[in-house]
Design a protein around this ligand. Structure first.
Ligand code: FES
Length: 538
């Protein structure tokens, strides 16, 4: 029995095996479909288009007649007939992508004093959701290539808390470590080497930055103590060699990390603080690193306080029905009025494949302005139906953003009410984290002279829409500074200047860390912020 998988670059055939769903069959055939919930049928990332054939989908037998199509989750679909044609959506395929990475970070000005003066280095930002890697020539500091992909640990669990619980078994820790190294970093390195015309053994130094849980798992250290009171990490500074960690570069290469502040304040925020000169600012300054594990630091002129606000992966396009990373074909901005005539900006000006987090923020803000979306994130169904934009996806009301005529390549791109709820929860976590941190220092957002935004996502966000949504304090764009992916820039800086290792070590002892879930105010602020824009007074 032959199953044919069609994708943009061609097609390949495999035999059906009873008991195997389409996700497993595709993976065995060498086609890598996103499966962020690990095949539990909850994330929507493995969507495929079923062509002619007989199937069992979510326990129901369905027949797709000739020339018809039907969307289904690969992890919940089994082929029953002799043959089947499966069309793979580009947004559902795991890929590496170099688009826009080099625009999303700023390198600090510093004297170059690399620890190694010949060969190449790799800097890596290990995010909970996305991993970004850059190949650098150590003698000149030249950036040769950049690549990114989803952290393949999302196959097992979306957020740091669930990953910590997986690590309560040594086998779980090992699995997660291999997912980030063998299935994420090593493929990225091989792509970097191909693009930069460099042999892997020429890479003699690798610097990583990331949150503390990601760093522990990367170095095969148990993060379990970070999950329980008093949230203490095993280590804050990390070092090893490529051989010990199984990284496919020169075996004796040094693998160094930007050190972490505490269990939930990672090396990414250390890099952001250093890069932005947070503690050298004259007045009150707030640093917000918008990511899955949102980290926030506040400088009041004499002291740094910091906290982490678990936002989840929605801003990075994960956990959103038609979400994607900021790659070619991703819709990165949307504007519209009551006519629901959507004006889309698409990266690479190609056929749209999905929505970045920045576009979903635009969509919700514009929808709220024109009355399409209520303050609790519900659609005006009448308005959707009148404009022909209404659809329903797995029982959730949804708005069709884009439809192509060739459904074999790209299915309709939609935003569901569930997607809106995910973004509202994410923005509420960030906003209430900011409010709580300021309140702990007896300050309000009006005391802020500057807000520094870090994280790859921050580079593309429309600030006015973020204000409208209540994600960030509405202080006017002139009080905002965007440094982009400070974590990646901090790792590159460490490759090129060994002095920074000492500076980072001094910096990690400075912040006073606040645990949001132990402050009464946080829950109160969170509940007020989970609507549009939010109910808490600034
Ligand atoms: Fe199929 Fe998540 S992997 S829905």
């Amino acid at each position: 029995m032959a199953i044919t998988f069609h994708y943009e670059a061609g097609s390949l055939q495999t035999d059906n095996r009873s008991g195997c769903n389409l996700l497993q069959l595709a993976q065995e055939a060498g086609v890598h479909i996103e499966a962020r919930c690990g095949g539990q049928g909850t994330c929507g990332s493995c969507m495929v288009v079923l062509g002619t054939g007989r199937y069992r989908v979510c326990g129901e037998i369905i027949e797709v007649p000739p020339r018809q199509r039907r969307e289904a989750l690969a992890c919940q679909s089994f082929v029953l007939g002799a043959e089947a044609e499966i069309h793979l959506l580009q947004r559902s395929l795991i890929s590496t992508e170099s688009a826009r990475i080099s625009e999303s970070f700023q390198l600090p000005l510093f004297d170059r004093q690399p620890r190694f003066t010949t060969g190449c280095g790799v800097a890596v930002d290990i995010g909970t959701t996305t991993v970004v890697a850059v190949l650098v020539r150590l003698d000149s500091g030249e950036i040769l290539s950049c690549q990114s992909m989803y952290n393949q640990q999302i196959l097992k669990a979306d957020d740091v808390i669930s990953r910590i619980s997986l690590c309560s078994e040594p086998a779980g820790l090992k699995t997660l470590q291999r997912l980030v190294i063998d299935h994420t970093l090593n493929p990225l390195i091989s792509q970097l080497c191909a693009d930069g015309a460099v042999e892997p053994h020429e890479i003699v130094h690798l610097c990583v930055a990331g949150n503390t849980v990601m760093l522990h798992i990367f170095y095969a250290l148990s993060p379990v103590s970070i999950g329980v009171l008093p949230f203490t990490p095993l280590q804050r500074c990390f070092e090893s060699t490529a051989e010990k960690l199984g990284i496919a570069i020169n075996p004796s290469a040094l693998i160094e990390a930007v050190p972490a502040v505490s269990g939930y304040i990672g090396g990414d925020i250390t890099a952001d603080m250093q890069l932005s000169g947070l503690a050298n600012r004259r007045g009150c300054a707030l640093l917000v690193d918008i990511g899955t594990n949102g980290e926030i630091a506040f400088w009041d002129g004499s002291r740094i306080t910091a906290c982490a606000a678990a936002a989840g992966p929605a801003f990075e396009g994960a956990g959103i029905m038609c979400g994607t990373r900021a790659v070619s074909g991703a819709i990165d901005a949307i504007d519209f009025d009551r006519s629901l005539d959507f004006k889309l900006s698409v990266i690479g000006e190609s056929e749209p494949i999905g929505l970045c987090g920045s576009a979903v923020i635009d969509f919700i803000a514009a929808g709220f302005r024109c009355g399409l979306i209520s303050m609790t994130g519900r659609f005006d169904i009448g308005m959707l139906r009148t404009s022909g934009r209404y659809t329903s996806v797995n029982g959730a009301h949804a708005c069709v953003i884009h439809r192509t005529h060739d459904s074999a390549k790209t299915a309709a791109i939609v935003v569901t009410e569930r997607d809106i709820a995910e973004i509202l929860k994410a923005k509420a976590a960030i906003y209430s984290g900011i409010k709580t941190l300021l309140a702990e220092s007896s300050r309000t957002v009006h005391d802020l002279e500057v807000v520094i935004l870090a994280g790859g996502f921050a580079s593309y966000i429309n600030l006015d829409n973020a204000f409208e949504l209540g994600l960030l304090p509405a202080l006017g764009t002139d009080r905002y500074e965007v440094i982009g992916n400070g974590s990646l820039a901090g790792a590159i800086a460490l490759l090129l200047n060994r002095q920074l290792a000492d500076d980072y070590r001094l910096l990690i002892d400075r912040p006073y860390v606040i645990h949001l879930n132990r402050t009464a105010k946080f829950t109160e602020y969170y509940q007020e912020a989970v609507v549009i824009p939010n109910l808490c007074p600034e």
